[in-house]
Design a protein around this ligand. Sequence first.
Ligand code: ZN
Ligand code: ZN
Length: 418
Amino acid sequence: MAQHCKQLIFLGDGMGDRPVDSLGGLTPLEYQRTPALDFLAAGGECGLMYPIRPGMPAGSDTAHMAILGYDPFKYYMGRGPFEAKGVGLDVQAGDLAFRCNFSTLTDGVISDRRAGRIKQGTDQLAQLLNEAFVEGLEGVKVIVKESVEHRAALVLRGEGLSAEIGDADPHEVGVPPLEVKPLPGAEEDPAAQRTARIVNEFVRRGHEVLAKAPVNAERAQQGLPVANVLLPRGVGTAPNLKPFSEEWGLNGALIVEVDLVRGLGMYLGMNLVNVPQATGGADTDELAIAEAVVSALESHDFVLCNIKAPDLAGHDYSPRAKCEAVAKVDRAVGYLLDHLDWKQHVMMLGADHCTPCALGDHSGDGVPVAFYGYGTRPDYVQTYGERPCATGSLGKIGRNDVMYLLGNLAGTIHKFGA
Ligand code: ZN
Ligand code: ZN
């Protein structure tokens, strides 16, 4: 009796698509030979999923929130908090979190937004900033943490802050950093005014500190662009999300190649499994990822896995690369079919959103999904793809449905009523 089976969500990021002329009017999923995906669709129940709402393109962050059962319309307040969590900052509900770039300021204008894609020394630069702002600004705590290359995150913690402010990063070179201002409509809001003032002061004093940093003296000597200003953007208020284990009563792990989604997982207190061979690119090792999924399922009730390659191919407008990425997902799923006991496991195969090659970006099209394993009632769908799945027994499913459908099969959803 598999009363509480283990649950798996397996996603090809952005894997759904639209008909492509060069593939004979088929989508990459329909065109590419995918024996494992087809086996799963034929033996399971299929449908189309709209992670946000029909027709609304989803970001990877909001789509993953919805798939994990956290309504993005209720809880999504910008990517900053997940980004900051993802780089290892302690982010608490109510904090303001920003993404930042170390940039080069020359004679008052930005000459390089990425400071020559600085690779080393940003940890020392972040430390200098943390020391300089150890007293805080206007009673607000300031925490900086470096990420990869020129990237960093900033957290402001305190009372009376507002995320209704603009960016300091002008997103172009040859102009000065932007003076941060309250967003239209929030001009009179004292919290927005105060937060803008604090961020402007952070940028100004931060520049003074960074200009004197030994790391930058060395870079100047080597003729490299100096990282003498840190420019915040993309602010978000850290939402109050219940940990995954409390929300669903499941001990969950994530094996994902998207940093933002890793940040979301950390935010939800899920275990992040690191797979060194997972590159996040077209060369990722899908079998190493599949092995990691099987082993994570030994010690967890729930695993979500995401392979990034299909989304990259979509953004590159490349149907051929998308087909190859789909073949990778198929090989990974083939491994799972062989190595998991399907009387003890249920899975959903799908994508977080569509990234049609014709658009080079995410769309609001339905994503083909197939539920397979313990408890499923196979429908008449025989192959996995956008059009076959549209005829499946699940019909159209919406945001926040996935965890219920999966949990229902696994026997972990409580009865509503007597
Ligand atoms: Zn995505
Ligand atoms: Zn994308």
